[in-house]
Design a protein around this ligand. Sequence first.
Ligand code: 5GP
Ligand code: MN
Length: 326
Amino acid sequence: MYDADRQEALRLISDAKAILGVTHVAPDGDAIGSLLGLGLLLRQLGKSKVTLACDDGVPEKYRFLPGAADVVRSTRGRFDLILALDCSDERRCGRVFRAASTGRAPVINIDHHVTNTEYGEVNIVLPDTVATTESLFRLMRAWGLELDPDLASCLLTGLVTDTLCFRTANVTPEVMRVAAELMKGGADLSDITARTVNRRPYDSIRFWGALLETVQLDDRVVSVHSSAASRRGSGYPANGDASVVSLLITAQEADIAVSFVETDEGKVEVSFRAKPGFDVSGIALDLGGGGHRVASGCTVEDPLDPTRNRVMEMVKRARREQLARQ
Ligand code: 5GP
Ligand code: MN
């Protein structure tokens, strides 16, 4: 199945002239690394009309990656083919994708989320890879393409950021072998780590302060929350929880961590983390989002307090059911 899909993907690419690559809104290192890595792979395949797009652009900390300055936030014109990277559903691909996919262009969906809805004409979804960039590395090999230092840097960035620097439970000897190949290919692991996992704006640390004032532990579920006003008060300009949920799940008394952050539009961004053995992907999927067993998220279009009550009940119930099955 996977063999046929990757051959079909290569055929669609060969036949296409104008190609659009897109990645998810609120992009992380795997989103940007896979988008820029795709651009380099398409160049090796002789494609010259390639547009790389993301609704939210490239966050400042990923602008060191080669090609980052070429990523656009909106597009015009027609495309013969769209490749979506690291997006578990179409909504996650954002406005650029919606605008381009109203035409007849086929979609190749390349991803590693277990909740992927297989929305493409071709779906290369590999939940056993730790990052979409690892999926791209496998495609690179299958398509007979070569590593160079720029490509290696983009691909290693996805591996480093999605595994929190090789600390997650899905890191296997094979992942370390891929990482070693990328390092041999010219990627600088310590530089990438210093620029991504080990770097954040001071404002985000102030925002952690506001969030941690609200921390609660309830039935081995640790949680924090923030209103939009509280986030603004801390000076943190972006949406989301500034990754505080990854800190919360280190609490030894917790099996699951949840953060609730109200956006300026009055929605609530919810992020989940689980200790290995627990699964928060289904909860996020039920709420219209998605993700992985131990890291998932969603956006809920209800006010903060009722959302917190409803989601905390769902999480505690899911935890009890999962414990009963263990
Ligand atoms: P984070 O908590 O770091 O924002 O996201 C953790 C994981 O959940 C990531 O793999 C991310 O792709 C996924 N995720 C977060 N928010 C959403 C969402 O609103 N929709 C979907 N489909 N996935 C999400
Ligand atoms: Mn990813």
